[in-house]
Design a protein around this ligand. Structure first.
Ligand SMILES: [Zn+2]
Length: 152
């Protein structure tokens, strides 16, 4: 004769889960009902599996079910952002590579430009010398007719 089992119904799944949360009914039915105890142990194994899944993801096992649930929710919430970041990184990787190549090219170009300017400065000086040389060389020739004209 058990009054408790007569007074209280079998716990619902929700009530069993609430018990796992520590907020389940306190009617003592669980202590007298083998069926509900079996269901609770099943729920506990689900909880254990959840924690094991989370533990395999690198998270510590053995913490509160609510915390596990919350972490799962957080993990799920962060998943789209993660995948978006992954997509974004994949999408922008060529652009980034291009920018790096461009920056490298600019550095090389700048270096080449400076080298070119240096070469041009040298060549300008050489050209100036050559031009002045040519001028001094060509002056007698070009003025020769004039001189000849005056000498005449
Ligand atoms: Zn029961």
């Amino acid at each position: 004769m058990n009054i408790g089992s007569k007074l209280s119904e079998h716990w619902t799944d929700e009530q069993l889960i609430e018990h796992l949360y520590g907020v389940g009914p306190e009617d003592g039915h669980l202590q007298v009902c083998g069926e509900c105890q079996a269901r609770l142990s099943a729920a506990q194994s689900v909880r254990l599996r959840l924690e094991t899944d989370l533990a395999s993801d690198g998270e510590p096992a053995g913490y509160d079910f609510l915390m596990a649930q919350r972490r799962r929710i957080y993990a799920r919430l962060s998943e789209p952002a993660k995948s978006w970041t992954g997509v974004s990184v994949r999408r922008w990787a060529p652009v980034f590579a291009m920018l790096v190549a461009l920056a490298g090219g600019l550095i090389i170009y700048d270096h080449g430009f400076r080298q070119e300017r240096l070469d041009r400065r040298v060549s300008d000086a050489q050209l100036a010398r050559e031009v002045s040389c040519m001028a001094s060389d060509s002056e007698p020739q070009s003025t020769a007719p004039l001189h000849a004209l005056f000498e005449e």
